[in-house]
Design a protein around this ligand. Structure first.
Ligand code: ATP
Length: 321
């Protein structure tokens, strides 16, 4: 079993080849694989750690493609099961020269949405050092919601270190009040919470990083650290017993696509903690991976190898402690 575990839905993405064309008009696409939690697993593996991904794929060509890709990235597939009755989820994604791309999801009733709690009892947790949970998976269906809760309960019972990214997807929840209530409830089980500034506004009515951090630190004794992502400005780190501090982001001149930056941030933090780095270094690595990712079109192609991370730090004149 691996040091890192996550659960999620891989999303096959058909990305427009026609820059800035609407999804209605685009006729040329290329195919790639994303999915927030899978992105994190791919990046953790690329930085030299062992990973396991829990998911469910359709017995269809897109499921076959996803499985092949996951294996090529070296991410563990012991708990990636096949569903003969339901299809693999996919999305259409715009290619944009500036700003956030338009996306359209075809994932309602997907194979992953049928991943049920009972299969999670087979998932061995003994070697897991960090489990990354995100708010997307419980939004897929009632079945996935129950599965997510079951895995969270098992992780808490086994006293594993849990990182949690709210990853708000209102279109999947279809009920904002429920989304807010459940995401904040899940956060209570997490040791480290990684919200975005904009998410704070929805989840507790403030985009001030300090308010966001205080909210989560006050609502659960289990939560020890909150790191708020503040876009190009970097990240704000707060623990229970010390003053919060900013870790500045890296300057990027050529932003191609911002999708995957938040996942890049998470995997930077996670790998640094797996290597016993300080929280400041963990946030700096999160900023570094986020900055590298926004310079590439795919969802995970900017994530670095250890050598690429080292070269980036050298070019920036910074080092971890
Ligand atoms: P998303 O969910 O869209 O991936 P997010 O809201 O979770 O994003 P962001 O704050 O947008 O997270 O980005 C995560 C991190 O990536 C930031 O904290 C920052 O370190 C880095 N980052 C994002 N955008 C830029 C940018 N334009 N230039 C430099 N670094 C960036």
């Amino acid at each position: 079993m691996s040091e890192f575990l996550t659960i999620g839905e891989p999303v096959v993405t058909f990305m427009s080849k026609d820059a800035d064309a609407s999804l209605v008009d685009t006729i040329n696409y290329f195919k790639l694989l994303g999915g927030a939690e899978l992105n994190v697993a791919i990046g953790v593996q690329r930085l030299g750690h062992t990973t396991e991904y829990v998911s469910r794929l359709g017995a269809d060509p897109l499921g076959g493609y996803a499985k092949k890709q996951i294996l090529e990235h070296g991410v563990g597939t012991t708990f990636v099961t096949e569903d003969a009755d339901n299809w693999t989820g996919f999305q259409l994604k715009q290619m944009v020269t500036t700003g956030d791309p338009q996306t359209f999801n075809y994932r309602t009733g997907s194979a992953a949405a049928h991943l049920s709690a009972d299969v999670l009892d087979d998932v061995k947790l003994d070697d897991v050092k960090i489990a990354h949970m995100s708010g997307i998976f419980p939004a897929l269906s009632e079945t996935s919601n129950q599965a997510f809760r079951h895995l969270m309960d098992r992780l808490v019972a086994a006293d594993k270190l849990i990182t949690f990214d709210p990853n708000l997807r209102p279109a999947l929840w279809n009920d904002d009040a429920r989304m807010i209530r459940e995401i904040n409830e899940f956060a209570k089980s997490a040791d480290i919470i990684l919200p975005g500034m904009n998410e704070g506004k929805i989840l507790m009515g403030s985009e001030d990083p300090k308010d966001i951090a205080d909210f989560y630190l006050n609502q659960s004794d289990r939560t020890k650290v909150v790191i708020v992502k503040v876009g190009p400005a970097g990240a704000y780190v707060q623990t229970r017993d010390a003053e919060g501090f900013m870790v500045p982001g890296f300057k990027v001149n050529n932003v191609v696509d911002t999708v995957g930056a938040g996942d890049g941030f998470a995997l930077g933090v996670i790998t640094a903690l797996l290597e016993d780095k300080s929280l400041r270094s963990a946030a700096m690595r999160g900023n570094a991976v986020g900055a590298l990712q926004v310079q590439t079109p795919g969802d995970n192609d900017g994530y670095p190898t250890p050598e690429q991370l080292k070269a980036f730090y050298e070019a920036e004149g910074v080092s971890e402690d």
